[in-house]
Design a binder for this molecule. Structure first.
Ligand SMILES: [Zn+2]
Length: 273
């Protein structure tokens, strides 16, 4: 299957959520970056989820011009947050290579996750910092849609922006977050045969709020489902969404890249070097 119109050079794509800071990739980052570039995936957000992965995200963003760091604590790792780590975090948020807060949010799916009360506290804390430093927030939500919405609304996310990452909610749920000014990002789940409901949601998103991501090493898209995921595979997601929406690969690559650059305020830096 052609991934883009034959004869056309693929337009630049942007993987807005990937974990090259994860052990899976850590010792081979240049190779994964080069593979992504072969498919014109020329920009990516390296997303942290705990203190070590945050540090690594910043390190990669310093080293690679096409990588940006988003740092925070995912729900399952919030128990490591303490005053000393928060002090470091505040410093890190002021680093030019850091473009956003996350991934943070609420996950009530796993029984052994921290309590809902503790998760909400950590989410509120990170939202407050996102607000303070005017950094868009990358939000993870699982089995916690209503609480996630309530906290984002309470934090006035419309004043600093954000994205619902790897979104799997209904069109009505998506609309709630869109109404808060947020963007909606789709991962490989949107390419799965049995994810018709997510595909309906994709179709409901205004084009200027749509983002794509791999969430690598998790959630490899069709036809790589079940295999290790990596940033270059975002091209499968772009192609699939293009088909769903009756657009070309390049149209979806261009609009999602433009949306990402707008959300994370990267437009000013486009021709810096
Ligand atoms: Zn993630």
């Amino acid at each position: 299957m052609a991934i883009y119109n034959s004869g056309n050079r693929p337009s630049d794509g942007y993987d807005t959520h990937t974990h090259l800071n994860d052990d899976t990739f850590w010792h081979d980052v240049p190779a994964y970056e080069a593979r992504a570039r072969e498919f014109r995936i020329v920009e990516m957000n390296i997303v942290g989820y705990d203190a070590e992965s945050n540090e690594r995200a910043i390190q990669l963003a310093r080293e690679f011009q096409d990588m940006h760091a988003i740092i925070g604590w995912q729900p399952e790792d919030i128990s490591e947050i303490n005053d000393a780590r928060l002090a470091v975090y505040r410093q890190q948020l002021q680093d030019d290579n850091v473009i956003g807060v996350g991934e943070t949010g609420l996950d009530y799916y796993w029984d052994d996750n921290p309590s809902a009360a503790n998760q909400k506290q950590a989410f509120r804390q990170q939202l407050a910092l996102a607000h303070e430093f005017k950094l868009p927030v990358t939000v993870h939500t699982r089995s916690a849609m209503n609480d996630t919405y309530d906290l984002l609304k309470e934090a006035h996310v419309e004043e600093f922006g954000g994205v619902m990452h790897s979104f799997t909610g209904t069109p009505a749920e998506a609309k709630q977050f869109l109404d808060l000014g947020m963007y909606i990002s789709f991962s490989g789940i949107a390419t799965f045969k049995n994810a018709k409901d997510v595909q309906e949601t994709v179709k409901s998103i205004p084009l200027d709020r749509l983002l794509v991501e791999t969430d690598a090493p998790y959630l490899a898209p069709t036809p790589m489902r079940g295999k290790p995921n990596e940033p270059m595979y975002v091209h499968y997601i772009i192609a699939h969404i293009a088909e769903l929406l009756g657009k070309t690969y390049n149209e979806i690559a261009e609009i999602t890249t433009e949306n990402a650059r707008r959300l994370w305020h990267l437009d000013q830096q486009i021709n810096e070097d």
